[in-house]
Design a protein around this ligand. Sequence first.
Ligand SMILES: NC(=O)c1ccc[n+]([C@@H]2O[C@H](COP(=O)([O-])OP(=O)(O)OC[C@H]3O[C@@H](n4cnc5c(N)ncnc54)[C@H](OP(=O)(O)O)[C@@H]3O)[C@@H](O)[C@H]2O)c1
Length: 269
Amino acid sequence: MAIQWQNQVCLITGASGGIGEAIARKLAGLGASLILTGRNADKLTALLESLPGRHTIACADITTQEGLDKVVAVCHERQPTMLVNSAGISEIGDFKNMPMARIETLLATNLTAPIALTQRLLPILQRAGKGYVVNVGSTFGSIGFPCHAAYCASKFALRGFTESLIREYANSPVNFYYLAPRATKTAINSDAVVSMNQALGNQMDSPELVADALVAQLEANKSRWFIGFPEKLFARINGVLPEIVDRALIKKLPTIKRFLTSVTKEKLS
Ligand SMILES: NC(=O)c1ccc[n+]([C@@H]2O[C@H](COP(=O)([O-])OP(=O)(O)OC[C@H]3O[C@@H](n4cnc5c(N)ncnc54)[C@H](OP(=O)(O)O)[C@@H]3O)[C@@H](O)[C@H]2O)c1
């Protein structure tokens, strides 16, 4: 049955970020009511004021118990029908120089928080009669990209988490979706990453394209959606014949390292 956007109440994490904001604008335009989450209260307020319709802000750090409790309390009031886990952070550079505290924060943000939110909101989503959970992964959730070890670990795990739930809840009223953007023009990408993508000839999408893809994915009811060619092809090849992708990426290693190894050195100095 076609999704009735005007009947949806959607919790969007990372709504103060590039992709989350684009998703918020798209869904509000379709008539959904939103719960906007992020840590930056000013950005969330400016977004809320610019959107058509009635929405709520839940300003919180979702890596903390207190932050999660705050978001869940708002959800008990608003009874969301949809959870979009878009909040995320990145760490790039030489793995040996990546501070462990930053790796832990990355895993808490990109993996533990969506898992915790999904678990805590599941009873509410089940009560809705028809519920939706969309986890925003990445091409790097299927391809281990050099100098992104912790980020790739978090997105591979998020993909596995989603796949498990797609199967476990197949006969339930809640549907699970994994949406994998490729490089997208948002603040998560430092200048070094943008320069590297240019040097490698990697396309960068607009966040609006990702928001359109989310709507297309849900309307087509496709559990998995990979954005961009050749990225979606490489993701498939990597699953079957990873040695081919090993060779392609090892050839590009000098370029990748030229742009990304200096990043961790800067952080440590
Ligand atoms: N841009 C890309 O190239 C790309 C490609 C593939 C996948 N993705 C994925 O797309 C998602 C959105 O990324 P983006 O590009 O929109 O990045 P972004 O513009 O940097 O936005 C990240 C969002 O995450 C929120 N966030 C980070 N830590 C948080 C925390 N502890 N508690 C609550 N919110 C937190 C930020 O909120 P505050 O700033 O308000 O704290 C912000 O709203 C991420 O999962 C990312 O991994 C991005």
